[in-house]
Write a protein that binds this ligand. Sequence first.
Ligand code: ADP
Ligand code: MG
Length: 321
Amino acid sequence: DVLTDQIAAGEVIERPASVVKELVENAIDAHSLEIDITLEEAGLQKIEVRDDGDGISTDEVLTAFKRHATSKITDRKDLFRVKSLGFRGEALPSIASVSNVTMVTSTGKTGAAVTIKGGELVTQKPAEARRGTTVTVADLFYNVPARLKYLKSPNTELSKIVDIVNRLAFGHPEISIALTHNGRELLRTAGRGDQLQVIGSVYGMAATGQMAPIKASDADFKISGYVSLPALTRASRSYISVLLNGRYVRNFAITKAVIAGYGSKLMVGRYPLAVINIEMDPLLVDVNVHPTKQEVRLSKEEALSHLVRTAVAAALGDRNL
Ligand code: ADP
Ligand code: MG
């Protein structure tokens, strides 16, 4: 029921950025090639995610808004084993319980449009049959004043959205992802499968000439990606992105290992830009992870850290610095 959904929303949907993350992940799971994200007022007034993916068949649209109706896995350790990003089947019902949602979706045959207000179905009617899905989330948290109060300034909320979209884009260079806020385009990736090109879209094309590719592997891990030359740094380590089997994660040890790879090449208080891809057996991910918090613990973390550090050092050394 709506109340259960609202309680779950408290866990899954913390802020506008959580909505964007869940909707874009759904679009990715639906094999989209193009994803358009449009925001008004840092997402508080409107978040719209339009994709050209599989769509939902007309008779299943309402099921998508039912809690756990679509749950694919039951155990957290399956998180990194399944290919799809979604697995709990609670994002849509949670979002719908704390906002006004419209979904227009089609598999290419018939189309359906549903409007859901505070978790209750308002209208369902036929719609155009353009293959894909558009989800519009308006008036987020209008019925949960405590949530609204807890939010930071619009600028901070917007930067959290940008941050999430950037990292989803790094993990999916094969998808063209665009982000527009109050009519201004903030990001557009080419969707040509080139991760360096995505880095250019995110950090500016000039940055791509200052990124060194990294590559390393051992029996357990395969590492690839890009790290900035010591001349290109930022005042925060949040420009270091780690993708585990394509999924963005937060892990202090790996971040530290990236920085350690620079040795004494970084000035105090300066941090590199980096996108680090790690392919590994999902069983090496600690099961004690929170599904939305993105923090992971790994067994063999020390071996991985060593591999990352030496890969970064080698990439920088190769450039004779
Ligand atoms: P989950 O992603 O965990 O399965 P969600 O609540 O996020 O749960 O979505 C419920 C279901 O609705 C998905 O499993 C999927 O079948 C369908 N769905 C949601 N968004 C889309 C979309 N953009 N394109 C196609 N199907 C979608
Ligand atoms: Mg989902």
